[in-house]
Design a protein around this ligand. Structure first.
Ligand SMILES: Cc1cc2nc3c(=O)[nH]c(=O)nc-3n(C[C@H](O)[C@H](O)[C@H](O)COP(=O)(O)O)c2cc1C
Length: 176
């Protein structure tokens, strides 16, 4: 949405905050929400663990199973101008909450491509100690799916707070 208020021009965007962990990562997602709203944007927070979708299997796919709310989630993602995906590192990679959610959404192939292609995506994590590996894993997956990744990521853990400047930069870049 674009407003022209005389000399003051303000672009309001919609930011999707995709939380793939329902503890510290959800807390970080809510910090992003607060900051994005202070910057004049609207937000939509998504709790991927809360979906409780079953693990994708050939059996379920053959039965034509569609997880509840899959289409709705895709519409919400498609309706946002930019995303921040906030996920914990699990065993040097991404958590199944993120992997499995994306796998189920890819069943709706045509809409799926449309939703991911050229989407501006920022990455963040709160992890146990590291966090670099989940950022790399997400970068690989989202770029494979055609998204435009923001270069700088937010990495936090119990010894390192999320850097507010890096958070702000991500919000700015996905809403430009
Ligand atoms: C199964 C599992 C594997 C984990 N593997 C890693 C890891 O490889 N690297 C790391 O830094 N933290 C690891 N952790 C710690 C989590 O990243 C950390 O507890 C994080 O805060 C969890 O996110 P949450 O608070 O949103 O639930 C692991 C935690 C679990 C439960």
């Amino acid at each position: 949405m674009y407003y022209n208020l005389g000399l003051l021009q303000h672009t309001m965007a919609k930011v999707a905050l995709i939380a793939a962990g329902d503890g510290k990562n959800m807390e970080l997602a809510l910090k992003f929400k607060e900051m994005a709203e202070e910057m004049g944007h609207s937000t939509d927070v998504m709790d991927l663990m809360g979906l409780e979708w079953p693990v994708i299997t050939n059996k379920l796919m053959k039965e034509g199973y569609k997880p509840e709310g899959a289409k709705d989630l895709m519409d919400r993602l498609g309706g946002a101008d930019g995303w921040v995906c906030i996920a914990p590192e699990y065993n040097g990679g991404m958590p199944s909450s993120l992997n499995n959610t994306v796998a189920w959404m890819s069943i709706f192939w045509n809409d799926f491509r449309e939703v991911f292609n050229s989407r501006k995506v920022g990455l963040a994590t709160h992890s146990g100690g590291g966090g670099d590996h989940v950022i790399m894993a997400m970068r690989q997956m989202f770029s494979y799916l055609g998204c435009n990744l923001i270069g700088r990521a937010v990495i936090s853990n119990k010894n390192k707070e999320a850097n507010p400047e890096a958070m702000e930069r991500i919000i700015r870049e996905i809403t430009e």
